[in-house]
Design a protein. Structure first.
Lengths: 425, 551
């Protein structure tokens, strides 16, 4: 969409915010419905069907999150959502909603509202944005709040405050660092309790058959995505910067739905049709992508010099086995075995394996503002990946708040890194 | 016995002691973060960075960390990869405190007992373990203050204790440790670790635990007269509790943030003294000058300017002056006096100093913090004002008053210069404008630009980009004014400020900033003719009080 239109829309939302939060909500909700319809009926030229299909699925969900109160369960990225899908409760992911907000250039007033209410400036901007959305009155109350302790402290803080703000029940799944059978049983036990908690919140009865079916969809999605990655290792594809972020939604919040399975299947099929040919420098991305930043988009997606082949937030749970007959253990395994659990070594090792498997030339380690678990391991990751032969750029930025970004410096760093990679060709 | 470092109150120090270790709380500030930022990142918890510095300097060879937060986990990862310590262990503390969590913590304690026992070679002795439980130190008998929130550096705690008229207790997540002695029962390792897990989880929870209702017990302790709420830069946990607490607690509360480097004494002293003044504990009447003068003076020794106000003994304004402070506060004060027409130091019955340099004015007969002085001066000038926004050279503050002019709450900016006079000065230099020109220009804008960076350095590069994009200076200045207004409005909101509003300090002369802030607040700001003199006026009024009290 035209940048000026987006900016004008963002200003319109901001103007409504102080006195008429419900108007701001309707504006955003309508915009997301519109984007959803556009993706379904007139998808942008050159975009893979898998991508437009997924955006056609997620956009109405974001609109729904801004619709009537009590419709959605607010979840964090790593929360397994098969239980929600089996109970027909829509999950709402703050990072997802934050990404949508920043795409409509409407983020700044929400961030200011959160900071005015004592949210520290050094806090993760995705979470800050969500709190601003909630406390400005724009986001309606969810049915309940669910979070895992994985992968960061912000889950504990944001979701507790959300539950207090809305006075709705909350459930936390505590994920231990290790992955022994006892740790697995500890998490599976909590997920069983969460099932009962959700039954109580929603007044619905959990159907074991539906839960099993959700896990069948999860297994199919994971298998197709793994195959897609194998195909992608030998193929190039120019994509939007948001592509990996949407896949992240499919492999987390939407995992367990037929829509996520269809996305992964389409991705596999369309990639298989591409010629076996590698072009430009291939980059593995770690952490979220600043998809709002046109300068980054220009270099990473339009310049033809490079492509982001994959992002470690998409494949963090792909290696765990899924047994639909043991749904709780399967979900628990995805958590304890996640690439984001168990210390920096595991996360970096998984990235390294993927960088090799995908024939990458280098890695960009994105230090999203406020993410201490990422920033704390930045130098360790850089040293380890470089020792294994993958030049690594630690890139400081922000996934959704331009206020924390020095755009010119980021451009210089990214271009210098590409020059470095091209020099090695 | 060998020293073993720890940082968290959930650390099983009794077990370590029983296995031959000598647990030492790592809470020392670091002089610099060169090493730690080199192995992590500059946007990383300052306490964690201080721990890394401490390890690097060889201050600790053995370390037990608890999976407290993202930063401690990464500290462990970095230390593990470097492999320089003799013993390193990460205890995975559950977020829950129920039976399943207790079972998990027991397993972790058994793992630690095995690993540390093997390291020290000391066999586990149930009697030694039981003997390692020390009763908690008793709380002061009389009223006391408590530092709560995130762990506090040893230097900062000592400074607070030195400057406070009341005892100061450490109730932070590093200091508030109280594992209850274990009940009598079976003395095998398994049973003891089970009971120990329950005792550790039974402590007053820290913010990182899932269920935190038990924290109320911290704030209901008898004798607790006020809270000093401490947060650490780049640790987010405790700002959340502070936000709730400041609305709910009846206790007076002072918020401070540190970055685990030695604190500059000035701002902390100002904040603590103002807090103590607010508690009504130590508003000492300034000592009266021995000379029998006909006037009193207030000197506000600020970072940029030194302002002086002279009153006669009836409280009428006799003279005032504003001069640049320069590098030495005492010289600035002398210059300010020299600039007064017709008033000599010998004519003063009392001189009260306020501002950063208040402790360095040799001829002052008393000192009062600028918070209290600004409040006093502002209330004198405009008794209707309930919220004073004061933006000076390197500080911005918001002070809330009651109908009598007493301070009910105040907040100050942190070390960062964003939103202060210094920020505007730097931007004026970038734009090659004088401050008076900048003041007017911000009113004549046409395009509504937004400077989104709050960091002074980032904002400067944003301004340079806007200049390069041919935006007019008027529009850029308006964008900067909005940035200052946004930062200040956040402070007003944090302080819980309500109208009528008044603005003091040098930046109140900037009409563009005043207009932008009025728009943000949705209310007018009352500005005195000489807005920079409010603090000095308040100090002069305190000096007058002291003279009248003597009479």
């Amino acid at each position: 969409m035209n940048e000026n239109v987006v900016r004008t829309f963002g200003q319109l939302v901001a103007r409504q915010l102080p006195a008429h939060p419900e108007r701001a909500r309707r504006l955003l909700s309508t915009a997301y419905q519109f984007v959803g319809a556009q993706m379904r009926y007139v998808p942008p030229k050159g975009m893979l069907r898998a991508r437009s299909y997924l955006q056609g699925v997620t956009s109405p969900l974001m609109a729904k999150a801004l619709g009537r109160a009590g419709q959605c369960a607010c979840v964090n990225v790593f929360m397994p959502c098969e239980l929600l899908h089996a109970l027909d409760i829509t999950p709402m992911l703050p990072e997802g909603l934050s990404c949508y907000l920043v795409s409509t250039a409407a983020e700044r007033p929400f961030i200011e509202i959160a900071e005015e209410r004592g949210v520290p400036e050094s806090y993760c901007s995705y979470h800050k944005l969500l709190l601003g959305l909630a406390e400005s009155g724009v986001m309606p109350a969810p049915l309940c709040v669910l979070n895992t302790s994985l992968a960061c402290d912000a889950n504990q803080l944001t979701f507790r405050r959300l539950a207090q703000h809305y006075q709705v029940p909350r459930f936390t799944v505590d994920v231990p660092l290790a992955d022994s059978p006892a740790d697995l049983a500890y998490v599976a036990g909590q997920l069983r309790e969460m099932g009962a908690f959700l039954e109580q919140c929603s007044g619905k009865k959990l159907d074991k058959g539906k839960l099993r079916q959700a896990l069948v969809h999860s297994a199919a999605t994971a298998e197709d995505y793994r195959q897609y990655l194998r195909l992608r290792a030998k193929r190039s594809q120019r994509e939007e910067m948001s592509a990996e972020m949407f896949s992240m939604l499919a492999l987390h919040m939407l995992l367990g739905t037929p829509q996520a399975a269809r996305h992964a299947a389409l991705l596999r099929q369309e990639t298989a049709r591409l010629p076996e040919k590698l072009e430009g420098r291939r980059i593995l991305w770690m952490h979220t992508l600043p998809h709002w930043q046109s300068s980054m988009h220009e270099i990473l997606c339009l310049s033809g010099r490079c492509e982001v082949v994959s992002c470690d937030m998409t494949f963090d749970g792909l290696s765990s086995a899924i047994d639909p007959d043991r749904p709780y253990e399967s979900m628990a395994r995805r958590l304890v075995e996640s690439g984001y659990n168990g210390g920096a070594r595991r996360r970096v090792e998984r990235a390294l394996e993927m960088a090799k498997a995908l024939n990458c030339h280098g890695v960009i380690y994105f230090c999203h503002w406020g993410c201490k678990q990422t920033s704390g391991a930045a130098q360790y990751a850089k040293q380890t990946l470089e020792a294994a032969g993958f030049p690594t750029l630690v890139l400081d930025g922000d996934g959704c708040d331009s206020g924390n970004v020095n755009d010119g410096q980021m451009v210089t760093r990214l271009q210098a890194f590409l020059e470095q990679l091209e020099g090695q060709a | 016995m060998s020293e073993i470092g720890y940082t968290c109150k959930y650390t099983p120090v009794e077990l370590l002691r029983a296995l031959g270790g000598q647990p030492v709380l790592l809470n020392r500030e670091a002089e610099e973060f060169t090493f730690s930022e080199g192995v992590t990142h500059n946007h990383f918890c300052c306490h964690a960075k201080a721990v890394l510095e401490h390890c690097k300097q060889g201050g600790v060879r053995q370390l037990v960390l608890v999976n407290c937060c993202d930063s401690v986990r990464r500290t462990y990862d970095v230390l593990l990869a470097r492999g320089e310590l003799d013993f390193l262990f990460l205890l995975d503390l559950p977020h829950h405190d129920g039976p399943c969590a207790r079972e998990r913590l027991k397993a972790e304690l058994l793992r630690l007992a095995a690993e540390y026992g093997a390291f020290t070679g000391v066999p586990f002795d149930p009697a030694a373990f039981r003997a390692a439980f020390a009763p908690p130190a008793p709380l002061p008998a009389g009223p006391y203050l408590a530092v709560v929130g995130a762990r506090v550096g040893a230097g900062l705690l000592e400074q607070l204790r030195r400057q406070s008229p009341l005892p100061v207790e450490d109730f932070t997540c590093g200091g508030n440790r109280a594992a209850a002695p274990l009940p009598e029962g079976e003395d095998n390792l398994e049973a003891l670790m089970d009971a120990y897990a329950a005792a550790l989880l039974g402590q007053i929870p820290c913010l990182r635990m899932d269920e935190i209702a038990g924290r109320q017990a911290l704030f209901n302790r008898p004798g607790l007269a006020g809270l000093i709420y401490h947060t650490v830069k780049f640790c987010d946990y405790y700002s959340f509790e502070y936000e709730t607490l400041r609305h709910e607690t009846a206790l007076p509360i002072l918020k401070i943030e540190s970055d685990f480097t030695p604190q500059p004494a000035g701002q902390l002293a100002t904040r603590l003294a103002a807090f103590v003044e607010r508690l009504g504990l130590q508003i000492q009447a300034p000592a009266v000058h021995t000379a029998r003068g006909q006037y009193v003076a207030g000197i506000d020794s600020g970072s940029t300017t030194t302002n002086v106000v002279v009153l006669d003994l009836q409280g009428n304004l006799k003279a005032s002056a504003i001069v640049r402070t320069g590098p030495k506060a005492s010289v600035g004060a002398e210059k300010a006096f020299a600039a007064l027409a017709g008033c000599m130091l010998e004519d003063m019955a009392a001189v009260v100093a306020t501002g950063y340099g208040r402790g360095s004015i040799p001829f002052a007969t008393g000192q009062v913090t600028e918070i209290t002085c600004h409040a006093r001066g502002a209330h004198h000038l405009n008794p209707a004002a309930r919220t004073i926004v004061d933006i000076g050279g390197q500080d911005s503050k918001v002070i809330c008053l009651d109908g009598e002019g007493a301070v009910t709450n105040f907040v100050m900016n942190d070390k960062c210069a964003a939103g202060t006079g210094r920020f505007l000065e730097m931007m004026a230099r970038t734009l090659e404008l004088s401050l008076p020109d900048m003041s007017q220009m911000g009113l004549r804008w046409q395009q509504d630009l937004t400077i989104s960076s709050m960091c002074t350095v980032f904002a400067e590069s944003e301004v340079i980009s806007l200049i390069a994009d041919n935006h007019s200076a008027q529009d850029i200045v308006h964008g900067l004014n909005k940035a200052v207004a946004s930062k200040t409005a956040a402070l007003v909101s944090r302080a819980g400020g309500t109208g009528p509003y008044m603005m003091t300090g040098g930046v109140a002369r900037n009409r563009g900033v005043v207009a932008a802030l009025e728009e943000r607040l949705g209310a007018p700001l009352w500005v005195a003719d000489e807005p920079d003199l409010s603090g000095a006026l308040g100090a002069a009024l305190f000096a007058l009080d002291s003279v009248r009290a003597e009479q």
